[in-house]
Design a protein around this ligand. Structure first.
Ligand SMILES: Cc1ncc(COP(=O)(O)O)c(C=O)c1O
Length: 368
């Protein structure tokens, strides 16, 4: 009997008579905090997606990043991060300072990261596209510099699954928040580390000790989501481009950040790095009237849900100054262009014209 869908192994334990059984990659298959066959199916799919050697999945993107830091960093080691990396990624690295880990933050450009990386650097973690201002980092340049000093490079590819494969340009591992595009339905948290040259056993031990493996039902939900990743990402990218073009012409809108726009300062880099001429479903823009009008805009939306997440089938609007960037020092926010008027949209699968109508109406301030 061969089922159409993957089986979900909802079990804590597996039979053990003396020596434990082994998973397909040779680790003990006896206890679901260590290995689980449904989780292994998901890890196989993610390895294929990123052209990796193997993968480990976790109960959130942050659990994946925690495990990665703990396996790679120790007292005296230095990690280099772009200063616009996901806030909790920076915060966690800084917290590890109490164990002697050193953190160096650089402006999110290949030039600044290359300048920051030196003989003292052990690990570089970069995101392909920054959030919320969507600066595209020339990852191959960073990989090249890290290689010169023997530092590992891990790329958080959450914003560009399918269109960019960091392992192919020499990154040592890829991180994903599966919560976003890969699962894609705003209903499950998950994270992954996909391995290039990094060794699986160190990370596997840390995951086992931290107890942060993804649960089988959640793994199955991610697997189900992945089946439509390609069609979702394409549709979301097309909607985002249409919305970005609409916003660029709107009198109440200042700067629009979207690397798919031909005149965006990051378009050329994105076009060179990303396949398929697709740039993702996230667009950011400045409401010319600032904070009070942003709040009015968010309240006026009818189709787009106000929330801090992204990458799912439902469109979402978020206000970075009040969410991800809230804890960022004001000086850094200014440098990165995260103003009080900045709004981030994540376009879902709703009708594009209806989304544009919703945005247009909310910019007019109707609907309170
Ligand atoms: C780029 C990026 N990496 C990692 C994370 C953390 O993922 P999670 O929320 O699944 O822990 C996020 C969350 O927003 C993110 O945007």
């Amino acid at each position: 009997m061969e089922p159409l869908h993957e089986p979900v192994y909802i079990t804590v334990a597996f039979a053990q008579y003396g020596e434990a059984g082994k998973s397909d990659r040779g680790f003990d298959l006896k206890y679901s905090r260590e290995e689980n066959p449904t989780v292994r199916i998901l890890e196989g799919e993610l390895s294929t997606l990123e052209c990796g050697r193997d993968a480990l999945t976790f109960n959130s993107g942050m659990a994946a990043i925690s495990c990665l830091y703990l396996s790679q960093l120790s007292a005296g080691k230095e990690v280099v991060l772009p200063m616009e990396a996901y806030g909790t990624t920076i915060q966690l690295a800084e917290e590890l300072g109490k164990f002697g880990v050193r953190v160096k933050l650089a402006y999110p450009s290949a030039e600044s990261l290359v300048e920051a990386i030196d003989e003292g650097t052990s690990l570089v973690l970069v995101e392909t596209m920054t959030n919320p201002t969507l600066k595209v980092i020339d990852v191959p340049e960073v990989v090249k510099r890290a290689g010169e000093v023997g530092a590992r490079v891990v790329v958080d590819n959450t914003f560009s699954p399918l269109v960019f494969r960091p392992l192919e340009v020499g990154a040592d591992a890829v991180v994903h928040s599966l919560t976003k595009y890969i699962a894609g339905h705003n209903d499950v948290l998950g994270g992954a580390v996909i391995l290039g040259s990094l060794d699986v056993s160190g990370l596997w031990q840390w995951r086992r000790m931290l107890g942060s493996i993804i649960q089988p039902v959640e793994a199955w939900l991610v697997l189900r989501g992945m089946k439509t990743l390609e069609v979702r990402f394409e549709r979301q990218s097309r909607s985002a481009l249409a919305v970005a073009e609409f916003l660029s012409e709107h009198p109440k809108v200042g700067a629009v950040h979207y690397p798919g726009l031909r005149d965006d300062p990051y378009h050329e880099t994105a076009r060179r790095l990303f396949e398929r001429d697709l740039y993702g479903g996230v667009v950011s823009f400045e409401h010319a009237d600032g904070r009070a009008e942003v709040l009015r805009f968010l309240r006026s939306l009818r189709k787009i849900f106000p929330s801090p997440s992204l990458g799912g089938v439902e469109s979402i609007a978020s206000y970075p100054a009040q969410s991800a960037a809230k804890v960022m020092p004001p000086e850094r926010r200014r440098l990165l262009g995260i103003t009080n008027g900045l709004i981030r949209l994540s376009l879902g699968l709703e009708d594009t014209d209806e989304l544009i109508e919703d945005i247009d109406r909310a910019l007019g301030g109707d609907g309170d």
